[in-house]
Design a protein around this ligand. Sequence first.
Ligand code: PLP
Length: 408
Amino acid sequence: MTGSHLAASFTPAQRVQRIKASPSTVAAARVRELKAAGEQIFDFTVGQPDFDTPQHIQDAATRAMAAGETRYTSVNGTVELRAAIRQRMQRTSGIAYPDESVTIGGGAKQVIYLAFSATLDAHDEVIIPTPYWVSYPDMVAANDGTPVIVQTKAEDRYKITPEQLRAAITERTRWLILNSPSNPTGVAYTKPELQALAAVLEEVPHVWVLTDEIYDDITFGPEPLVGLAEVAPSIRSRVLTVNGVSKSYAMTGWRLGYAVGDPALIGAINLLQSQVSTCPSSVSQAAAVAALTGDQTFVHETVRAYRERRDRALDLINTIDGLHPIEPDGAFYLFVDCAGLIGRRTPQGQELTSDQDVTLYLLEEAGVAVIQGSAFGAEPFFRMSFATDLDTIEAGVAAISEAVAQLT
Ligand code: PLP
């Protein structure tokens, strides 16, 4: 049988036809291709820390392997990791979650996917404020749900308001998704903002909230962030709080994320998990216990480094005519308003009509890779990750500045 014969006979399921590949994964693959072809690229597409996993976490994994912790675990993870997650939640939010409130999966991404899979029937609606993490709408669509996109505004710092939330809710609404601090903007919801949203949600008991707090350790203000479950006890039973070790502990490749929430919901997610992957990696679970319960110096030091990079990147980009970055409260991204470049012409005479054009121009003219805002449901913007060293940030932004100066 030839390859072309196979390709001709294959039609993916509707759910696959409804979705697209993650734009950040596509952008990263393009950068790898260009680099392999010998081009020098300043890569600001990455959504992961540029640090290595701390040694004490690697050592815990090595010890686990040597001790024979190389077999399936319970579907809902090891007792030790569930305890570590519950302790972490208690430490950060003051909430004592019972053991049956915890689910653990192969990354927060898998946990979110399973949460939708466990709850959405055809045409159930999920409210997703823009700019959103690229995967939410596709994960909803893949699970037969309908993403309801709510355009947030600059004057609200790109956060959904209580009025917008109220207007978006219908009888079919199943979930509201919050992501604080946000990928791509880095903005975080304050306690009063969360409480105002909770006041709306109190009136609609059929609406649940998935709050993705995976960047909650990476914050730049003097105060730690607050989570929705913590500040809104009246709706807490309907809040699924998602987190993981990927970002805080530079463990993206270990694939380990978790969620805490209502035990019946968690039970449904675990039932699916039992048929999807049985359990997350045993070795990664041992590593995650060390991450959550061990020395937190790494987290504090890397947050200091991200803060320095954020400040430098903000200062430099703010000097470029036509670019306006949003100041992030956390995470490691700058979401840059590039409306000032739309309508300008490249040295080759081409007009920039969209953020896709801007992104392409920066890649070709400046060798700078960023991701267009339209991938996050907000235009015209681009997302620039600062999970890279200061030298690359300075040289990359200088290249952007030169390329922008050539536009007329
Ligand atoms: N949620 C957000 C907002 C993210 O940016 C990411 C990763 O990019 C994830 C979830 C997924 O993280 P994990 O590596 O735990 O699957």
